[in-house]
Design a protein around this ligand. Structure first.
Ligand code: COA
Length: 202
């Protein structure tokens, strides 16, 4: 299977939102809100279009990744700029064939070459540890309210990239979704039934 990657362009936006909806649908909750998060991210200044990529398989849109600038307020009161990875999505019928890994590895390399120091994310450690992500506690970075948990992870993009960045991650409100806005946004997409899956935790 040949997977090609290219930078995402504005003309891809609606299709990548639909892809995100397909990938996240019924995974973490009945339905999903990640496609609206993707949409919202594009209109904030923290969005990094240079690091938004799509994967194509036989010319068909199959995967997507994006990043936002993320800030850590350090113990010394300084605001340090990192990146936040996600959402990342692969079409369900093409998952587990390396598309996600290719998107992640490529974009992390690009992020390093753009000079970013490190990346934070909320995700499954079983997946992201293979790219070198570790619990953010390892670097003494906590959530805004001082928490650490397995899903909150960090990666250095260069040697000692996170050196001296101890503090609190200031999560961007762009990751919050207003249920009313979601309801209106959903109307732009093909109708889809919601189901509760076993093991869903929210
Ligand atoms: C997560 C996702 C982007 C991975 O893309 P992918 O192309 O399927 O991943 P890859 O083919 O590179 O890697 C597949 C491997 O990752 C594992 N994996 C995939 N998603 C995982 C998850 N959420 N937790 C743990 N492992 C996961 C697979 O079991 C497989 O393991 P193996 O290599 O040991 O067989 C894709 O599964 C997806 O879109 N999922 C739904 C949306 C989502 O959860 N996004 C990430 C939110 S943090």
């Amino acid at each position: 299977m040949e997977i090609t990657l290219r930078r995402e362009e504005p003309a891809d936006y609606f299709q990548t939102e639909n892809l995100t909806r397909e990938a996240f649908w019924d995974v973490y909750q009945p339905g999903c809100d990640e496609h609206l998060i993707v949409h919202q991210i594009r209109s904030v200044p923290e969005f990094v279009p240079e690091l938004a990529f799509i994967a194509l398989v036989q010319g068909k849109l199959s995967g997507h990744i994006m990043f936002t600038k993320a800030y850590v307020l350090t113990d010394k009161g300084k605001k340090e700029e990192l990146l936040c990875l996600g959402p990342v999505s692969v079409l369900p019928s093409l998952q587990k064939q390396g598309i996600g890994a290719k998107l992640i590895r490529h974009s992390l390399q690009e992020a390093a070459s753009l000079g970013y120091r490190g990346v934070l994310l909320f995700g499954d450690p079983a997946y992201y540890s293979r790219f070198g992500f570790v619990n953010a506690a390892y670097y003494s970075i906590t959530t805004a309210d001082g928490q650490n948990f397995d899903a909150f992870m960090a990666l250095e993009l260069r040697d000692q990239g996170l050196e001296g960045i101890r503090g609190r991650y200031l999560e961007n409100p762009v990751f919050q979704v207003d249920p009313k806005e979601l309801e209106a946004f959903e109307k732009l997409f093909p109708p889809k039934e919601k189901h509760k899956r076993e093991g869903q935790f929210r």
